[in-house]
Design a protein around this ligand. Structure first.
Ligand code: SF4
Length: 418
């Protein structure tokens, strides 16, 4: 019987054939925690007398969610992770290095890996054909210490994308459309497997956006077969030797196949307060927006900044709309400076925040006031997500965000294409 990508990778790591519904112990290649979840993981290991890392060189502790720290309690949490790194040899990704899901894929994740992370958007690594999934702090702590974890083998939903995206429409619009179609619980505890000619032709940056939001449909991971695009990305990161071609068998068994014709899609926006509350931009236009955020682990890569800068170049944000831009990593920040994108954002009236999560998780750097509306390129718009339950969050692509910053209301980026 043919296998899906998830079954192939998890079978390799379990050392046996696996089928959906079974529970197996699998080896762990890469593990991450961040400054919100990591201190609990460390305290659990201390209480168990297990303060160690099985693979310290591929165990990464990120200071990204509240970085630099806005409060003394969070500063103390940072110290906890710094001390754990010093004691175990685990890698510390310091304040300003970037968002965990960007940096882990830039530097550590390879096709065929199992990556576990104490953060739900760990699924981003599926775009490199790694079985990447978020788990609770305690599970990740054990995975760090022992180099293995338990896994309920998920059934797979195949998302087959055909047709060319039209100008002004991006992978963010595909994933918002998918979640709007199957619902926020449409793939709960299943693997999503993205494929088809549109995904095959997509550059790596756009693929990360698809996989990043798999969990917003409830999925454990969002896998994409590794191919020449993956190989080129790894080559550009100095990891060409780690490339492996992995894809589903032709007779793989899927729980369901969802077909999307990308040529029919329009820029799409999620309305408050659930990601599956989607509307096309024609249905969304005109809502006044107080703050626009371009960045995060969903859309803070160089390609995203390039798209936004191409719309904002020579223009200015609306006087009633703040514009916050956050490069996803130090490397993206440097490349954006060299490419002139940062200058474009500053000239357009934008504010540049250091690489990290920025206001996405609601602790600092852009908390909304009561009744304010924000359009963000992030992945979640739940009540209170940006620090104020009385704020409203809309989700869209970097292009939609740039157009919205200029007009001061939800706007169609296709009006700004040159
Ligand atoms: Fe989570 Fe937002 Fe940070 Fe991504 S950018 S890891 S979604 S807080």
């Amino acid at each position: 019987m043919g296998k899906t990508i998830a079954e192939k990778i998890l079978g390799e790591h379990a050392g046996c054939e696996v089928r959906p519904g079974q529970i197996h112990i699998v080896t762990v290649d890469v593990a991450l925690v961040q400054d919100g979840t990591g201190p609990l993981a460390v305290r659990q290991l201390q209480s168990l007398g297990l303060e160690k890392a099985a693979h310290p060189e591929r165990t990464v502790l990120f200071l990204d969610h509240a970085a630099p720290s806005p409060r003394k309690e969070l500063s103390n949490d940072h110290v906890t992770l710094r001390k754990f790194a010093a004691k175990t040899g685990a890698v510390l990704s310091e304040v300003g290095d970037g968002v965990c899901h960007q940096v882990i894929n830039e530097s550590y994740v390879n096709p065929g890996d199992v990556l576990i992370g104490a953060d739900s958007h760990t699924c981003t690594g599926g775009a490199l054909c790694a079985f990447s999934t978020g788990m609770g702090s305690t599970d990740v702590a054990i995975g760090i210490a022992l180099g293995k974890t338990w896994m309920l083998i998920p059934p797979t939903i195949r998302v087959e994308v055909t047709g060319d995206l039209t100008p002004g429409v991006y992978s963010k619009d595909i994933i918002l459309h998918l979640i709007g179609t199957i619902g926020a619980d449409g793939a709960t505890y299943k693997a999503l497997e993205f494929g088809g000619p549109t995904v095959d032709g997509m550059e790596q940056s756009e693929r990360f956006t698809l996989s990043n939001m798999a969990v917003e449909a409830g999925a454990k991971t969002g896998l994409i077969a590794s191919d020449d695009v993956t190989r080129e990305y790894l080559d550009s990161r100095g990891r060409a030797a780690n490339f492996r071609e992995i894809g589903p068998d032709p007779d793989a068994e899927y729980e369901r196949v969802v077909d999307i014709d990308a040529s029919t899609l329009a820029p799409t926006v999620s309305f408050p307060h659930t990601v599956d509350n989607t509307r096309t931009i024609d249905e969304a236009k005109g809502v006044k927006i107080d703050q626009v955020v371009i960045g995060t682990c969903t859309n803070g890569r160089l390609h995203d900044l390039m798209v936004a800068a191409s719309i904002l170049r020579g223009k200015h944000r609306h006087p009633g709309t703040r514009l916050i831009v956050i490069p996803a990593s130090r490397e993206v920040y440097l490349e954006a400076i060299r490419a002139g994108y940062i200058e474009t954002f500053v000239e357009a009236g934008g504010l540049i925040v250091n690489p990290g999560c920025g206001p996405c998780v609601g602790v600092h750097e852009g908390v909304l006031a009561d009744g304010e509306k924000c359009l963000s390129t992030q992945n979640r718009n739940f009540h209170g997500r940006m620090g104020n339950p009385k704020g409203e969050i809309y989700l869209g692509s970097p292009a939609t965000a740039a157009a919205t910053a200029i007009k001061g209301e939800l706007a169609d980026p296709r009006e700004f294409l040159s």
